[in-house]
Design a binder for this molecule. Structure first.
Ligand SMILES: [Fe+2]
Length: 338
């Protein structure tokens, strides 16, 4: 058994200034931004129900073990009992998860938190180094400069009339240059994957963000949002599959407009190859994950579907279950292996 010190994150620890990815940002808290923030506060106060649903009530969602924590610079953790197994020396354990930079002013789902990476580097001297850093997404950097939430909470904010009103405010923010949708709304908060010699933080609404763990200091940094030479144009699953035999990595994208599912792969060098649209998927669903066999890619056409009109006409969320949906087939295509 191995115990290391320093695993509690000091809430007062503030991040030191570090090099940032070069991303064009809006001016900090401009007049249009302040106006939109005020409108959002009106929606939060007067349009949302007095008691939020538990799944999006930040007082519940962000309580106890899920309360946000600050970044932690590389912190040495001396081993106090036992020793680090030699097979781990030089390696790093790293995990990803949602951790909002700013306390939300309105509805907030657990999935809406900014991605934070917690890294534990096992050093040759027998110690470990713990570090916690945000993935510096466009959303994170924009809201860091603004000092408050600016981007929409994709999972928690769009529900019923209040959700429609927030969608209008998002449009105003885009038209007034507060946010640039081309840079993505992603949180990079779901998973990590290592392929073609590079580590990526992933969240399926956006492109992957390349990240790096310094093998000497243990510090974690963000390299930037990756479109793979312009070949990846929309969000990618957070659960790609790597073939340990061929070195290829398999992935997919899905969305609300046809084709609802697009399959693709990366070669061993990390080059993204051609898209394979899966036309047998006839309505937008939240695929989230898939499976790979030697000859097939297997997608489950689940009953969790996108129903945008339900938000407009039914005062509900744009995502919900459709228990009457019966998948016509399991979508497996020999096209996948071309
Ligand atoms: Fe997942």
């Amino acid at each position: 058994m191995m115990l290391v010190q320093g695993l509690q994150f000091p809430l007062s620890t503030r991040p030191k200034p570090r090099p940032r990815p070069t991303v064009p940002l809006a001016a900090p808290l401009s007049l249009p931004m302040a106006f939109c923030n005020a409108l959002e506060d009106v929606i939060n106060t007067f349009v949302d129900p007095p008691a939020l649903r538990p799944s999006v009530d930040p007082r519940i969602v962000l309580s106890d073990n899920f309360a946000p924590v600050d970044e932690l610079p590389p912190t040495r953790c001396p081993v106090t009992h036992g020793s680090i197994p030699p097979c781990l020396v030089g390696g790093t354990y790293i995990r990803n998860g949602p951790n909002p930079q700013h306390l939300p002013r309105g509805p907030h789902h657990l999935f809406d938190g900014d991605g934070m990476l917690h890294s534990l580097l096992f050093s040759a001297n027998g110690d470990a180094t713990l570090c916690s850093r945000y993935v510096q997404t466009y959303k994170y950097l924009t809201e860091s400069d603004a000092g408050t939430s600016v981007m929409p909470n994709i999972f928690g904010a769009f529900h019923g009339i209040a959700g429609i009103a927030r969608a209008v405010i998002v449009a105003v923010r885009v038209l007034t240059g507060q946010i640039n949708p081309i840079q993505g709304f992603g949180l990079a908060n779901t998973s990590l994957v290592f392929f073609a010699g590079r580590l990526y933080a992933l969240g399926e609404p956006d492109l992957p963000y390349a990240v790096h763990v310094d093998p000497v200091t243990g510090d974690v940094s963000t390299i930037g949002r990756q479109d793979f030479s312009g070949q990846l144009k929309m969000g990618m699953t957070a659960h790609p599959k790597k073939d340990s035999v061929t070195g290829e990595t398999f992935a997919f994208s899905y969305g609300p407009v046809p084709p609802f599912l697009i399959y693709f792969r990366f070669d061993p060098a990390g080059n993204k190859l051609a898209d394979v649209p899966i036309f047998s998927v006839q309505q937008p669903s939240f695929m989230h994950d898939f499976a790979i066999t030697e000859n097939y890619a297997v997608f489950s056409d689940v009953q969790l579907v996108m129903k945008l009109m339900d938000m407009v006409l039914g005062n509900r969320a744009p995502v919900g279950s459709d228990q009457g949906k019966v998948p016509p087939t399991w979508s497996a295509s020999t096209e996948c292996n071309k």
